[in-house]
Design a protein around this ligand. Sequence first.
Ligand code: ADP
Length: 166
Amino acid sequence: MRKAIYPGTFDPVTNGHLDILERALTMFDEVCMLVAKNSRKEPMFEEAERLEMIRRAVEHEARATVESFQGLTVDFARSYGAVAIIRGLRAVTDFEYEMQIALMNRKLAPSVNTVFLMPHDKYTYLSSSIIRELARHGQSVNGFVPDTVAEALEQKYPLRQQSQRL
Ligand code: ADP
């Protein structure tokens, strides 16, 4: 049984994140989406809301689990029995930050490898921060996030009348 964890802030989860999860599930028997705290970010959604949105988005996927953790990702990886940490790489701009984290995690837990996966190219320009920005301006985010996330965003920020479906 080969397990991996896919940590992120997921504020909110997008179809790009889910694309990476699906790819990871072709390589590992079980993948845990881990809602982790990123000290550089002040999230729009509470942790419980983010967990619930992910749970609903992956409920059809029996081999995906969803957890949250306050400590170091490698500590969670060890206790979960994961052999790998999954991260998504959209463009070269992600690389430097991701490399720093991956090399530090390797120092802390040499037996846990970081696996980078590239999403479908239609998701390369998609990020949670762009989704939040669109929603704040009353723009529909349909097609870029799971339906439950689009609904949660529309509740916080009603759609502008002339909002285009993307
Ligand atoms: P973090 O705060 O840990 O960067 P994010 O939720 O922003 O958390 O992203 C989690 C992981 O998913 C990161 O590795 C990020 O590069 C990746 N990711 C984010 N958006 C996409 C996307 N559209 N396609 C592929 N990977 C993505």
